[in-house]
Design a protein around this ligand. Sequence first.
Ligand SMILES: C[S@@+](CC[C@H](N)C(=O)[O-])C[C@H]1O[C@@H](n2cnc3c(N)ncnc32)[C@H](O)[C@@H]1O
Length: 278
Amino acid sequence: MTEPPAPDSPAGVSDGFGANAVAASSVVAGVVRRLRAAGCVFAEEEAALLIEAAGSDAELHELVERRAAGLPLEHILGWAEFAGLRIAVDPGVFVPRRRTELLVAEALPLLRPGSVVLDLCCGSGAVGTALAAGASGVRVYAADIDPAAVRSARRNLPDAADVFEGDLYDALPAELRGRFDVIVVNAPYVPSDAIATMPPEARLHEARVALDGGGDGLDVQRRVIAEARDWLSPTGRLLIETSEHQAPATAALFTAAGLHPHIRHDDDLDATVVMGGR
Ligand SMILES: C[S@@+](CC[C@H](N)C(=O)[O-])C[C@H]1O[C@@H](n2cnc3c(N)ncnc32)[C@H](O)[C@@H]1O
């Protein structure tokens, strides 16, 4: 997890008095105008973050132009806010979504000191990082197939050595088989045909492997669920984010794999998690 940016004086913003204050407010107004013209809905909030991040006027100009060109704000800043934490996110890596906080909320009550957790398809490692921050004495492992995601996760999780690169469970050391008390998964679940309808920020700036769940969106989930029993402890639980309309199909995959599924939905987050154990 990255530290919050140092509270230096941002570009063009000085001591908040007199002429400097006027100059500062005109910088803010100019940035807000540029972002709004480019279609940014939260122009004021984004302007404040970009001004805070920039070390000079020239850098601020460059950051604002990158944002106006459609780069995700989080890739420009190098971090995303998730579950109250600043999570490092490198370019191309999936930006953790607010809805995924449901996965964290459902997993946390299952954890005890000594619990062993796997964040599979970890991306930036946002979920595992939030679990490590929210539960004391847990050991969090993570894995992802995308080297850029693994690099981000290694910056966020408490122990970089616990982040593995590779295809699903193949990435993990064999001695972890049967050891996980909780496996949390936000695998790609967008059906291939629906990728074209996604917002350009996702479609153009996040890796295809982070989004594409195959024909019905469940290809990766199917493989995760089929092998989960081998990696869970006898009382372990598997928790998978899915969409509301895919949830019955995700739950059926749990049942087919010998796991008893429950579907949790949160209207506020527009989030759905299927969870279950033996
Ligand atoms: C939707 S993103 C979620 C990332 C992270 N869990 C989060 O919620 O922010 C899906 C992630 O799954 C990874 N992924 C896709 N296929 C994979 C596979 N076969 N093995 C491991 N990771 C995979 C992608 O690289 C991507 O980081």
